[in-house]
Design a protein around this ligand. Structure first.
Ligand code: ATP
Ligand code: MG
Length: 448
């Protein structure tokens, strides 16, 4: 089997070889090339020590010399060139105590996580496959190099990498590898939360449904609040599945957008704690959307997501039961003013996936109904015909009163109480001042 090696990569391999070192393209780039997809980046492994590599190229950065990695900069592209190495003595399920530089490619490949990631290619593009990676790629199998339980015990992050690759490539996790994942998933607690957050990108893979279904135990370690959802029966005619099965179907039915899928993973997380059963033995989950929203915020903060993601995703969760189907032009106008167009569109996607995942049959797509309303509101959209300066003229003092009154005026326009016309708005503000100057405002202090 031969793959195409880009010219610049060939140049690096050649430079190393001409200096007497062994050098290969390795890992993800070989895997992706065999699969016929464009690699993210090209990594190179070599028998040269970091300082020997650095001496051969005009522009290098010692990015991880301790781990044997030198970055070779070629124009605007960076290539990581790493010395063949072994990693020894893991004692915290994550970090090797010692890195040992080696001289053989075989040893270097054997430390790699999965057979499909443990292939190299030489200068001619010939694939070197010592662990049956090609077989596994052909059969859609994700398999550890070596004994799975040892490999996961060394580094728990490999569990999440396994799930990520299986989800992204839509591969099956080979049974011994899967068994070791189930056994060792509690060690995921050793993985940094930021890293867990990053690996949750696996939600956007085409194979996510199967992964969530097969490994709920892993997700319950990452997000313990999910555990009560697993197998939680709903006793409700609107739902065919338990909460977890519903959740994973919802994630898979959504567009491949990280925030939307994360919101769907968490959207019903408050259900178990909101469950009640009425006298007809029908289950209800009153208030679960806002409980799920609060829990989501807590979870996402704990996983160290950035503020914007925490707020956006937990807002989608809190709003996931918003009555979109009953929206009118007026409520669309108000919604857009409060949350913006992206939120409304994303919420439609959340809602669609949520409905599909009830398993109760055909679902109406809300886009058809709501897009014309959004369009209509957008067309009429014009800035409020009243400025802060107008309020100063009316005697409203500089400060937060100005923005309060402007938003009251905006609300009145949205509610169609008054037209968005300067004179009408001034009259509205005058009226408000007259009404409130006695009660709310202390004239001497606030200046009315
Ligand atoms: P991606 O397309 O996501 O970048 P990749 O396979 O290139 O996939 P990287 O994280 O860039 O993944 O790692 C490069 C290579 O290093 C992998 O292909 C694998 O051989 C090896 N590797 C990375 N992380 C580990 C790990 N935790 N344990 C063992 N080998 C690893
Ligand atoms: Mg990579």
């Amino acid at each position: 089997m031969r793959i195409e090696i880009p010219r610049r990569v060939r140049r690096i391999l050649q430079t190393l070889q001409e200096a007497g070192f062994a050098a290969y393209a390795v890992g993800g780039c070989v895997r992706d090339s065999v699969l016929g997809s464009e690699p993210n980046d090209w990594d190179i492994c070599t028998s040269a020590r970091p300082e020997q590599t650095a001496a051969l190229f005009s522009h290098t950065v010692l990015t991880g010399a301790k781990y044997g990695t030198v970055t070779v900069v070629d124009g605007e592209i960076c290539y990581e060139v790493t010395t063949f190495r072994a990693e020894n003595g893991y004692d915290d399920h994550r970090h090797p105590k010692e890195i040992e530089f080696l001289s053989s490619l075989e040893d270097d490949l054997s430390r790699r996580d999965f057979s499909i990631n443990a292939m190299a290619a030489d200068l001619s593009g010939e694939v070197i496959d010592l662990f049956d990676g090609l077989h596994d790629l052909r059969h859609g199998l994700l398999r550890c190099v070596g004994e799975p339980s040892e490999r996961f015990a060394e580094d728990a992050l490999r569990i999440l990498r396994a799930l990520r690759f299986a989800s992204r490539l839509e591969f099956t996790i080979e049974p011994k590898t899967a068994k070791a994942i189930h056994e060792l998933c509690p060690t995921l607690q050793a993985v940094a939360r930021e890293r867990i957050a990053k690996e949750l990108q696996l939600l956007c893979g085409g194979g996510v449904e199967a992964i969530l279904r097969e490994f709920p135990d892993v997700f319950a370690v990452l997000i313990p609040e999910l555990r009560p959802c697993i197998g939680f029966r709903q006793f409700n005619f609107h739902h065919k599945y338990d909460v977890w099965e519903h959740t994973l179907c919802a994630v898979a039915a959504a567009p491949k957008d990280f925030c939307i899928r994360l919101a769907l993973l968490l959207h019903d997380i408050g259900k178990p704690s909101c469950f009640t059963m009425d006298k007809n033995a029908v289950g209800h989950f009153y208030g679960h959307a806002s409980v799920s929203g609060l829990l989501s915020e807590k979870i996402l903060r704990r996983l160290r997501f950035d503020n914007a993601t925490v707020k956006y995703v937990s807002q989608l969760v809190s709003l996931h039961d918003y009555p979109l189907a009953e929206m009118t032009e007026r409520s669309v106008r108000r919604f857009l003013a409060k949350y913006g167009e992206k939120t409304l569109r994303d919420l439609m996607s959340v809602r669609y996936a949520d409905a599909v995942a009830t398993g109760m049959g055909e679902v109406r797509d809300l886009h058809e109904r709501l897009e014309p309303l959004i369009e209509a509101v957008r067309k009429e959209e014009q800035p409020l015909q009243l400025k802060g300066a107008d309020l100063l003229v009316l005697g409203v003092p500089q400060g937060k009163r100005i923005s309060e009154l402007l938003s009251l005026a905006q609300e009145a326009v949205f509610d169609e109480q008054i037209p968005n016309e300067h004179d009408a708005l001034v009259a509205f503000v005058r009226n408000w001042i007259d009404k409130h100057s006695q009660t709310c405002y202390n004239k001497s202090k606030e200046g009315f």
